[in-house]
Design a protein around this ligand. Sequence first.
Ligand code: PNS
Length: 179
Amino acid sequence: MKAVFPGSFDPITSGHMDVLTRASRIFDTVTVTVMHNARKQGRHLFTLDERLDILRTATEHLDNVGVDSFGGLLVDYMAQEQKGIILRGLRAVSDYEYELQIAHLNRQLGEVETVFIMAATRWSFVSSSMVREIASYGGDIRDMVPRASADALRLKYADVYEERERTSEAVLPDSDSSD
Ligand code: PNS
């Protein structure tokens, strides 16, 4: 059975990776597809090409996982590619209402089924938007995202991270100085 894991992935988080890894053990193939979310139009940190690059690096160890993008309706993509079922991750009850709505709409529009996989509880509070916000202030996001996303965020906010490192070096006691 084939599955498509659609999303904005701006950038992919450890929660997404957890769902994807679990799904890769269940489905024959999983395609991670970057799509447009009308609610997030023009508010992306990473370009489509950057998000695809991050995804390819983050998933290269998963043999049955591929990466793709599509600019139209998810149901059209599912029909065009004969991709089987839609896979979505659930972190907490707060995700449920929105996910229920789009799952029902996709079934009504294209008779496509959606399967949900719950992310491990340690990722309940991790979202791409929170990770972007933390990174924009030079905070440590390495635990919340795969290495490829962390490297890309660090590059995007290189000035902020460098400044933060400079100032924290200035306030940290010099470990070599003895009293
Ligand atoms: O990661 P996101 O932003 O929650 O993913 C939402 C996404 C991209 C899967 C959803 O917005 C989507 O399916 N967009 C494609 C357009 C579409 O089919 N819209 C109708 C269903 S809401």
